[in-house]
Design a protein around this ligand. Structure first.
Ligand code: NDP
Length: 257
């Protein structure tokens, strides 16, 4: 075992699961948190696949303060410390223009992507402050700084997340804790395909056609994978990045923004 102990939110599938996979393979003790009932099965499968017995899963909705506090406490109880938090849980915002966007839809996106991130960072930072060490990595999006039609709530949540990440980095630096953000572009996950289907419906085309257009706009010629994002997390969590904090790493395959 080479790594420390990690908590990844929204880890039952997609990018979060890929991050957990990488950490488990690298010898970290990993807790997968997710609101989905599948999370415990996902963790069991990952434990078997990686041969790492220190992999566990627990249900947790990041919008629920008590559940988040309990999840962080369970990591410490089970693994003895919390060295890495990956704030990954997130929802897409649909594709409605701002004038058609319901208040409820806006609140849901901000609630998961921003409030949920706040609750997660706060709970983990209290533990890390006592330890005098730790890394926090948040998963934002390039939509934080690039305007995209139909993305008012999502973009606002991800821009807010970057501002919060940089503030937390400043406040936690005296305790030896680094806080950085990853801003992915197109990553091949269920959420991305939901977004493609939403856009296709509005544009009267197919998700596959839009996917092909997207890929053509990426200099590296493909969508990113969860493993690509996990590689960036491994850097921010590892010993080579101890002087790196308050940064945003954009993972776009070279796509000009
Ligand atoms: P997925 O929808 O594939 O996976 C997200 C996971 O998070 C799901 O298991 C989901 O559960 C869970 N989740 C959602 N809401 C909550 C909640 N309130 N509490 C706990 N878990 C929750 O998404 P991706 O893997 O694509 O996205 C992961 C992160 O990466 C998100 O923050 C997203 O915004 C960001 N991102 C993704 C990009 C992409 O192209 N895919 C690009 C840029 C950023 P459920 O199934 O119940 O919804």
């Amino acid at each position: 075992m080479t790594g420390g102990t990690a908590l990844v939110t929204g880890a039952a599938r997609g990018i979060g699961y890929a991050i957990a996979q990488r950490l488990a393979k690298d010898g970290w003790a990993v807790m997968l948190g997710d609101r989905s009932d599948d999370v415990e099965n996902a963790a069991a499968a990952l434990s078997q696949e990686s041969g790492n017995a220190r992999v566990a899963g627990a249900r947790c909705d990041v919008t629920d303060e008590d559940e988040v506090e309990a999840l962080v406490a369970s990591v410490v109880n089970r693994f003895g410390a919390l060295d890495l938090l990956v704030v990954n849980a997130g929802v897409g915002g649909g594709a409605d223009h701002l004038t058609e966007l319901s208040t409820e839809a806006f609140d849901t996106v901000i609630g998961v992507n921003l409030r949920g991130a706040f609750l997660s960072v706060r709970a983990a930072a209290k533990v890390m402050r006592l330890q005098g060490s730790g890394s926090i990595v948040t998963v934002s999006s390039v939509y934080a700084r690039v305007p995209v039609e139909g993305s008012a709530a999502y973009s606002a949540s991800k821009a807010g997340l970057i501002a919060m990440t940089k503030t937390a980095a400043l406040e936690l630096a005296p305790f030896g804790i680094t806080v950085n953000a990853i801003a992915p572009g197109y990553i091949d996950t269920p959420m991305r395909w939901d977004a493609l289907r939403n856009r296709a419906r509005l544009a009267g085309t197919t998700a596959e056609d839009l996917y092909a257009d997207d890929v053509a706009s990426v200099p590296l010629g493909r969508y990113g994978t969860g493993a690509d994002v996990a590689g960036a997390v491994a850097f921010f969590a590892g010993s080579d990045s101890r002087y790196v904090t308050a940064q945003v790493l954009e993972l776009t395959g070279g796509r000009p923004l």
